[in-house]
Design a binder for this molecule. Structure first.
Ligand SMILES: NC(=O)c1ccc[n+]([C@@H]2O[C@H](COP(=O)([O-])OP(=O)(O)OC[C@H]3O[C@@H](n4cnc5c(N)ncnc54)[C@H](OP(=O)(O)O)[C@@H]3O)[C@@H](O)[C@H]2O)c1
Length: 431
């Protein structure tokens, strides 16, 4: 049988990983696919003579790959969304299948692009776009296809997880932990995408589209990053029996689907609480299976190449790769309608009666308290006033009620600064 002929665009970390993996495991891959998979064309902005491209022809023009009649499938590992989109449109016009690692492309333009591909009979593979080496796209699309998924909770940004792990284990500040992540090459020079939760929101958009038929449109996801966390909050969370993790959460409720990315307190005994460093993990709770956990490296040249090659093997086998199809009757809930428990840190002057006022405000908003910590040794002096952090854990309540309560608490004379709030999730089989 003829080999599947690949045109690769982008020869950076992931692109080089794809070239190396296809060469190193060529026999195994051909056995799995039923035919060989060969890179015949490579396009990238800058030539990389040190990379062994075998017989592939190099060009600096990405459209040369689309125009090459010998290319069956275009693999995109550039990252630049505008260029990737042009490449996608070219590939669809030329009836060439398209495989990408680009979560930003799929999560922001997939709703428009995937139907175009489907109409043209072009398959789009994006296993590499979420959680690198963890085959979570296939898991949702195939392994769990017969389940109704109830919720998904994932550590899907390795940079944020590395930062949180460093803050928790070494008591470092966010800025210090970020500088370490950058020095080790885990974070970009401009880390905003990772630390503000945007990258995780893109990945959650894709997971939710597969599991809940929500639109491939990242604007429906609420995103908050790890950039405002302090080691103090992480320490209080520990004292309460929790760990702080940056989670992407998608949950089916009777009112609609919750889609949110934010730091989250989770019970220390959950497996997700033990996922440290740059590793990724996703828990899927579904009706037939219950909770299942998928853990592994969420980035890196070889793990990401593994995901791309799995898409290529699917195409070589002639497997149908269906695009997620959003359903009009599925509603995505605004954050104000999301129901969760909360951790609050309230900086208040150190005098009697403050806690009673706070409790009164929570009660008026139908918020019940689960636990309170106020440590006398935590008293600080600021501008001549003694103040103390009051820590409160609440039961579940709608975000809108918590917004109202936090505004009222911040308006108290005794509260000297903004209230810190972190959402709390039990992640048990029923939550
Ligand atoms: N790195 C990971 O671990 C990882 C994991 C999962 C998904 N991804 C995704 O994979 C994609 C690639 O990531 P990466 O880390 O491999 O990036 P990278 O190391 O920066 O490589 C990007 C490559 O694409 C080339 N390129 C960029 N824009 C181009 C354009 N307009 N025309 C031609 N070539 C262009 C770059 O050329 P130059 O050499 O001239 O810059 C470079 O060779 C991104 O979408 C990323 O989100 C990465």
């Amino acid at each position: 049988m003829e080999p599947l002929r690949v045109g690769l665009c982008g020869l950076g970390t992931v692109g080089r990983g794809v070239v190396e993996l296809l060469a190193r495991n060529a026999d195994r891959i051909a056995h799995q696919a039923g035919r060989g998979i060969e890179v015949v064309r490579v396009a990238s902005r800058t030539p990389r003579p040190a990379v062994d491209l075998g017989k592939a022809v190099f060009t600096t023009q990405i459209m040369d790959v689309v125009d090459d009649p010998s290319v069956d499938v275009v693999v995109e590992t550039m990252g630049d969304v505008a260029a990737s989109r042009r490449l996608f449109e070219g590939a669809v016009a030329a009836r060439k299948h398209f495989v990408t690692a680009n979560k930003a492309l799929i999560a922001t333009a997939g709703g428009e692009l995937l139907p175009q591909a489907a109409r043209a009979g072009v398959a789009v593979g994006f296993e590499a776009a979420v959680a690198g080496g963890i085959p979570i796209v296939k898991t949702l699309r195939e392994g769990l296809a017969g389940n109704n998924v109830q919720w998904i909770a994932g550590i899907i940004n390795g940079t944020s997880n590395f930062i949180l792990t460093a803050m928790a284990s070494e008591g470092r500040s966010f800025a210090d932990a970020l500088a370490d992540a950058q020095a080790r090459g885990y974070a970009e020079a401009d880390p905003a995408f990772d630390v503000q939760g945007i990258d995780a929101a893109h990945k959650l958009t894709i997971l939710a589209a597969l599991a809940f038929d929500t639109p491939l449109d990242a604007r429906v996801v609420y995103a908050e990053g790890v950039d405002r966390l302090t080691p103090e909050d992480i320490e209080y969370a520990h004292a309460l029996g929790y760990r702080v993790k940056h989670l992407g959460i998608a949950r089916r409720t009777s009112d609609g689907v919750e889609l949110r990315v934010h730091p989250t307190l989770i019970p220390e005994e959950r497996l997700l609480a033990k996922v440290d460093g740059v590793m990724n993990a996703v828990v899927v709770n579904s009706d037939a299976v219950g909770s299942s956990l998928y853990y592994g490296p969420g980035a890196g040249a070889q793990p990401t190449a593994s995901a791309i090659v799995s898409d290529l093997i699917d195409l070589a086998r002639g497997n149908a790769v269906e695009a997620p199809a959003p359903r009009g009757d599925v509603c995505c809930l605004p954050m104000s309608a999301v129901e969760t428990a909360y951790y609050l840190r309230i900086p208040s002057v150190d005098q009697p009666g403050v806690l009673a006022k706070v409790a009164q405000i929570l009660s008026v908003n139908a918020i019940s308290i689960e636990a309170v910590i106020q440590r006398e040794h935590a008293v600080r002096q600021d501008a001549g006033r003694a103040w103390v952090p009051v820590i409160i854990l609440t039961h579940r309540v709608k975000e809108a009620a918590m917004d109202a309560a936090v505004s009222a608490i911040e308006a108290l004379d005794e509260v000297i600064d903004r209230v810190t709030r972190i959402r709390v999730e039990p992640l048990d089989d029923h939550a």
